[in-house]
Write a protein that binds this ligand. Structure first.
Ligand code: GRF
Length: 204
Protein backbone atom coordinates (compact mmCIF):
# COMPACT_ATOMS: atom_id res chain seq x y z
CA UNK A 1 0.00 0.00 0.00
CA UNK A 2 1.35 3.48 -0.96
CA UNK A 3 0.82 5.56 2.17
CA UNK A 4 0.23 9.30 2.05
CA UNK A 5 0.09 12.16 4.54
CA UNK A 6 -1.64 15.37 3.41
CA UNK A 7 -0.90 18.85 4.79
CA UNK A 8 -3.65 21.48 4.60
CA UNK A 9 -4.34 25.02 5.81
CA UNK A 10 -7.87 25.62 4.58
CA UNK A 11 -10.89 24.28 2.74
CA UNK A 12 -9.16 21.14 1.48
CA UNK A 13 -10.74 20.78 -1.98
CA UNK A 14 -7.45 19.32 -3.22
CA UNK A 15 -7.50 16.88 -0.29
CA UNK A 16 -11.05 15.98 -1.32
CA UNK A 17 -9.85 15.24 -4.87
CA UNK A 18 -7.38 12.70 -3.43
CA UNK A 19 -10.04 11.16 -1.17
CA UNK A 20 -12.44 10.89 -4.14
CA UNK A 21 -9.70 9.39 -6.35
CA UNK A 22 -9.08 6.69 -3.77
CA UNK A 23 -12.79 6.00 -3.29
CA UNK A 24 -13.43 5.73 -7.06
CA UNK A 25 -10.38 3.45 -7.42
CA UNK A 26 -8.42 5.84 -9.70
CA UNK A 27 -5.73 5.61 -7.00
CA UNK A 28 -5.93 1.88 -6.41
CA UNK A 29 -3.01 1.16 -4.11
CA UNK A 30 -3.03 4.39 -2.10
CA UNK A 31 -4.23 5.31 1.38
CA UNK A 32 -4.27 8.61 3.25
CA UNK A 33 -2.84 7.84 6.70
CA UNK A 34 -2.87 11.36 8.15
CA UNK A 35 -4.28 14.81 7.41
CA UNK A 36 -2.36 17.51 9.24
CA UNK A 37 -3.42 21.16 9.38
CA UNK A 38 -1.40 24.18 10.52
CA UNK A 39 -4.71 25.96 11.23
CA UNK A 40 -7.14 24.85 13.93
CA UNK A 41 -10.62 24.35 12.52
CA UNK A 42 -9.59 24.17 8.84
CA UNK A 43 -12.56 22.69 6.95
CA UNK A 44 -10.24 20.11 5.38
CA UNK A 45 -10.07 18.49 8.83
CA UNK A 46 -13.83 17.89 8.60
CA UNK A 47 -13.35 16.29 5.19
CA UNK A 48 -10.74 13.94 6.69
CA UNK A 49 -12.90 13.05 9.70
CA UNK A 50 -15.82 12.28 7.37
CA UNK A 51 -13.55 9.68 5.77
CA UNK A 52 -12.17 8.22 9.02
CA UNK A 53 -8.70 9.62 8.38
CA UNK A 54 -6.52 10.40 11.41
CA UNK A 55 -6.14 14.17 11.82
CA UNK A 56 -3.79 16.54 13.61
CA UNK A 57 -4.41 20.27 14.03
CA UNK A 58 -1.03 21.88 14.74
CA UNK A 59 -1.59 25.58 15.38
CA UNK A 60 1.30 27.31 13.61
CA UNK A 61 1.07 30.17 16.11
CA UNK A 62 1.80 27.65 18.88
CA UNK A 63 4.36 25.40 17.13
CA UNK A 64 6.18 28.25 15.32
CA UNK A 65 9.65 27.03 14.24
CA UNK A 66 9.03 23.52 15.56
CA UNK A 67 6.12 22.84 13.18
CA UNK A 68 8.16 20.93 10.59
CA UNK A 69 9.78 18.80 13.30
CA UNK A 70 6.35 17.95 14.76
CA UNK A 71 5.12 16.89 11.32
CA UNK A 72 8.21 14.69 10.90
CA UNK A 73 7.59 13.12 14.32
CA UNK A 74 4.08 12.12 13.19
CA UNK A 75 4.91 10.77 9.71
CA UNK A 76 8.52 9.50 9.92
CA UNK A 77 8.64 5.87 8.87
CA UNK A 78 4.86 5.80 8.49
CA UNK A 79 4.21 7.19 4.98
CA UNK A 80 5.76 7.07 1.50
CA UNK A 81 4.67 10.54 0.33
CA UNK A 82 3.87 13.90 1.87
CA UNK A 83 1.37 15.97 -0.15
CA UNK A 84 0.94 19.73 0.40
CA UNK A 85 -2.63 20.53 -0.62
CA UNK A 86 -3.40 24.18 0.04
CA UNK A 87 -0.73 24.28 2.78
CA UNK A 88 0.68 27.70 3.55
CA UNK A 89 3.54 27.17 6.03
CA UNK A 90 7.11 26.69 4.76
CA UNK A 91 8.69 23.30 5.49
CA UNK A 92 12.28 23.16 6.71
CA UNK A 93 14.94 21.16 8.56
CA UNK A 94 15.15 17.38 8.88
CA UNK A 95 11.71 16.88 7.32
CA UNK A 96 13.04 18.12 3.95
CA UNK A 97 16.15 15.94 4.26
CA UNK A 98 14.38 12.72 5.34
CA UNK A 99 11.61 13.15 2.75
CA UNK A 100 13.78 14.37 -0.16
CA UNK A 101 11.93 13.73 -3.46
CA UNK A 102 8.94 12.47 -1.43
CA UNK A 103 7.15 15.79 -0.85
CA UNK A 104 4.91 17.35 -3.52
CA UNK A 105 2.92 20.58 -3.70
CA UNK A 106 0.12 21.92 -5.91
CA UNK A 107 0.45 25.55 -6.98
CA UNK A 108 -2.23 27.49 -8.91
CA UNK A 109 -0.02 28.82 -11.73
CA UNK A 110 2.35 27.54 -14.43
CA UNK A 111 5.60 27.71 -12.43
CA UNK A 112 7.99 29.60 -12.76
CA UNK A 113 5.34 32.24 -13.40
CA UNK A 114 3.47 33.81 -10.46
CA UNK A 115 5.05 31.79 -7.68
CA UNK A 116 7.44 32.23 -4.77
CA UNK A 117 7.15 34.00 -1.44
CA UNK A 118 3.74 35.47 -0.76
CA UNK A 119 2.23 34.08 -3.96
CA UNK A 120 -0.77 31.99 -2.91
CA UNK A 121 -4.55 31.95 -3.18
CA UNK A 122 -6.35 34.68 -5.11
CA UNK A 123 -3.22 36.84 -5.38
CA UNK A 124 -1.73 34.40 -7.92
CA UNK A 125 -4.70 34.95 -10.25
CA UNK A 126 -4.75 38.69 -9.66
CA UNK A 127 -1.12 38.86 -10.81
CA UNK A 128 -1.81 36.66 -13.85
CA UNK A 129 -4.67 38.95 -14.96
CA UNK A 130 -2.65 42.07 -14.18
CA UNK A 131 0.23 40.81 -16.31
CA UNK A 132 -2.14 39.88 -19.11
CA UNK A 133 -1.09 36.26 -19.69
CA UNK A 134 -3.31 34.38 -22.19
CA UNK A 135 -2.69 31.03 -20.54
CA UNK A 136 -2.28 30.14 -16.89
CA UNK A 137 -2.87 26.86 -15.05
CA UNK A 138 -1.52 24.75 -12.21
CA UNK A 139 1.67 22.89 -11.34
CA UNK A 140 2.43 19.86 -9.22
CA UNK A 141 6.08 19.94 -8.19
CA UNK A 142 8.51 18.42 -5.72
CA UNK A 143 9.18 20.49 -2.61
CA UNK A 144 12.78 21.45 -1.89
CA UNK A 145 14.40 24.08 0.34
CA UNK A 146 13.06 26.89 -1.81
CA UNK A 147 9.51 28.19 -2.29
CA UNK A 148 7.83 26.63 -5.36
CA UNK A 149 11.30 25.79 -6.79
CA UNK A 150 11.32 21.97 -6.88
CA UNK A 151 11.23 19.90 -10.08
CA UNK A 152 7.95 20.01 -11.97
CA UNK A 153 5.93 16.79 -12.23
CA UNK A 154 2.70 17.81 -13.97
CA UNK A 155 1.26 21.06 -15.35
CA UNK A 156 -2.20 21.76 -16.74
CA UNK A 157 -3.02 24.84 -18.79
CA UNK A 158 -6.11 27.04 -18.48
CA UNK A 159 -7.02 29.68 -21.12
CA UNK A 160 -7.60 33.16 -19.68
CA UNK A 161 -10.90 34.67 -20.91
CA UNK A 162 -11.31 38.39 -21.61
CA UNK A 163 -14.03 38.73 -18.93
CA UNK A 164 -12.18 36.74 -16.28
CA UNK A 165 -11.98 38.00 -12.72
CA UNK A 166 -9.48 36.56 -10.22
CA UNK A 167 -12.36 34.56 -8.74
CA UNK A 168 -13.60 33.12 -12.05
CA UNK A 169 -10.05 32.23 -13.08
CA UNK A 170 -9.34 30.63 -9.69
CA UNK A 171 -12.45 28.48 -10.08
CA UNK A 172 -11.38 27.11 -13.49
CA UNK A 173 -7.77 26.53 -12.37
CA UNK A 174 -9.03 24.64 -9.30
CA UNK A 175 -10.87 22.21 -11.59
CA UNK A 176 -7.53 21.38 -13.25
CA UNK A 177 -5.76 21.16 -9.87
CA UNK A 178 -8.20 18.48 -8.82
CA UNK A 179 -7.10 16.42 -11.85
CA UNK A 180 -3.36 17.17 -11.70
CA UNK A 181 -2.75 16.24 -8.07
CA UNK A 182 -4.27 12.73 -8.22
CA UNK A 183 -2.48 12.18 -11.55
CA UNK A 184 0.87 13.04 -9.98
CA UNK A 185 0.19 10.79 -6.97
CA UNK A 186 -0.72 7.94 -9.32
CA UNK A 187 2.56 8.31 -11.25
CA UNK A 188 4.56 8.35 -8.02
CA UNK A 189 2.66 5.43 -6.45
CA UNK A 190 3.32 3.35 -9.59
CA UNK A 191 7.01 4.26 -9.64
CA UNK A 192 6.68 5.92 -13.05
CA UNK A 193 8.69 9.05 -12.22
CA UNK A 194 12.41 9.49 -12.88
CA UNK A 195 14.77 12.44 -13.31
CA UNK A 196 16.93 13.74 -16.13
CA UNK A 197 18.88 16.36 -14.24
CA UNK A 198 16.22 18.73 -12.94
CA UNK A 199 13.61 17.44 -15.40
CA UNK A 200 11.05 14.89 -14.27
CA UNK A 201 10.42 12.26 -16.95
CA UNK A 202 8.11 9.25 -17.11
CA UNK A 203 4.70 8.29 -18.40
CA UNK A 204 2.43 11.32 -18.36
C1 GRF B 1 -5.45 25.95 -4.16
O1 GRF B 1 -5.57 26.90 -5.19
C2 GRF B 1 -4.05 25.37 -4.18
O2 GRF B 1 -3.46 25.43 -5.45
C3 GRF B 1 -3.31 26.26 -3.26
O3 GRF B 1 -4.24 26.47 -2.20
C4 GRF B 1 -5.54 26.63 -2.80
C5 GRF B 1 -6.64 26.09 -1.89
O4 GRF B 1 -6.59 24.72 -1.93
N1 GRF B 1 -2.07 25.68 -2.84
P1 GRF B 1 -7.68 23.80 -1.15
O5 GRF B 1 -9.05 24.12 -1.69
O6 GRF B 1 -7.58 24.13 0.33
O7 GRF B 1 -7.24 22.41 -1.48
Amino acid sequence: MYKIAVLISGGGTNLQSIIDSINNKYLENCSIEYVISDKVGAFGIERAKNNNIKTYELDKKQYKDSLSDKILEIIDGKVDLLVLAGYLSILKGDLLKKFKDRIINIHPSLIPAFCGNGMYGLKVHEKALEYGVKVTGCTVHFVDEGTDTGSIIIQKAVKVEDDDTPESLQKRVLVEEHKALPEAIKLLSEGKISFKGRRVVGEQ
